[in-house]
Design a protein around this ligand. Structure first.
Ligand code: FAD
Length: 308
């Protein structure tokens, strides 16, 4: 099922996983995806060589298995720096043969060996996908604090508008720890006439070290409320991880109440994180995790909720 079809009906709930690093088997990722499917997410996204891990081959294989075996919609990420049109077309063909209908079109981070071949920016990839594979539903990335290379938020929002104009069907945000920044960004998008749904990506931090690394790699600012909780957790790894889950659940409840289009959890391949965020949203009555939304989909002829 197209993610845009679900977003057209209601708020969504989804997870992200990344392929195992190195030579670890795809089965390991599938085991994680199967556990996460127990929460009936609207989709599970699979990253593409994120952080330069180089394991791009696994993305299509895992997305195909999520779609076919776990019975959940898969969203395959695809970056375009360092890729030719033929590379992209081959990747997409493989997805389509396996029933994967959703792609998140990205530029990818600049890195040695990832030079521009046929695509310099995500909007070019989106336009290419819409031209060559119009039956795909295509998402794109956006950045509530502005992308790290952009001179300012306004300039970055203009580039998001270019992604919409190229045919993007929906957006997924970079992680952030201060919801007010997202609400400010959402208003800027409205002013820029960005009308496609914006799915919010939230990452429960798991340790002080990890959140510091995230702040540097994606430019997310760390509010004092987070710092205070980490200081209270001290050196105890368990307490740090619990603080992260608790903070993310508070963020999610607030975002749900403020009418976001969807909530996407950067679950760091941890089924326990997926489960905790799911429970928090059940507790606050978030529609996407309420049983009746599944029945709605089956009965209104939009196809099985399972993504069949
Ligand atoms: P672009 O849209 O091309 O933007 C990059 C920069 O260029 C921005 O500063 C923008 O303002 C500017 N820009 C955009 N278009 C133009 C234009 N036409 N002319 C001039 N300037 C322009 N990385 C991975 O490697 N693998 C993944 O799986 C992955 N998944 C991600 C998922 C999400 C939800 C997000 C938010 C990011 C993800 N990333 C992933 C990281 C992403 O690849 C980086 O943030 C990358 O630096 C930018 O990608 P983009 O698609 O936003 O690029």
């Amino acid at each position: 099922m197209h993610i845009s079809s679900i977003l057209a009906k209601r708020q969504t709930f989804s997870f992200e996983i990344f392929p195992p690093r190195g030579d670890l088997p795809v089965e390991q990722a599938m085991h994680i995806a199967e556990q996460m499917s127990a929460q009936h997410p609207d989709w599970i996204s699979v990253t593409f060589s994120a952080g330069g891990s180089g394991n791009t081959g696994a993305t299509a294989a895992i997305a195909a298995q999520i779609q076919q075996t776990a019975g959940t919609n898969a969203l395959a990420h695809l970056t375009c720096l360092g890729s030719s049109r033929a590379d992209v077309d081959g990747f997409v063909e493989g997805l389509q043969l396996n029933g994967v209908q959703n792609v998140l079109a990205l530029r990818g981070d600049r890195a040695p060996g990832r030079e521009v071949i046929d695509f310099a920016h995500a909007n070019e990839l989106i336009a290419h996908l819409k031209r060559t594979a119009p039956e795909l539903c295509v998402g794109a990335a956006c950045y509530p604090e502005g992308h790290v290379e952009a001179p300012n938020l306004a300039a970055d929002v203009e580039q998001i508008k270019a992604k919409q104009d190229a045919g993007a069907d929906f957006l997924v945000t970079q992680l952030f720890f201060d919801n007010e920044l997202f609400y400010r960004f959402r208003e800027a998008c409205v002013r820029a006439r960005i009308k496609i749904p914006i799915v919010v990506g939230i990452m429960p931090f798991t340790s002080t070290k990890q959140i510091q690394r995230m702040a540097f790699t994606c430019g997310a600012s760390i509010p004092s409320a987070v710092i205070r909780r980490l200081i209270a957790a001290g050196d105890d790894p368990q307490a740090q991880a619990e603080a992260g889950i608790e903070y993310a659940c508070e963020q999610l409840r607030d975002l749900a109440a403020n009418g976001v289009d969807g909530l996407h959890i950067y679950s760091m391949n941890k089924p326990s994180v997926a489960r905790a965020t799911y429970d928090a949203l059940v507790a606050c009555g978030y529609p996407a995790v309420a049983g009746e939304s599944v029945a709605d989909f089956v009965s209104d002829g939009m196809g099985a909720y399972s993504g069949a």
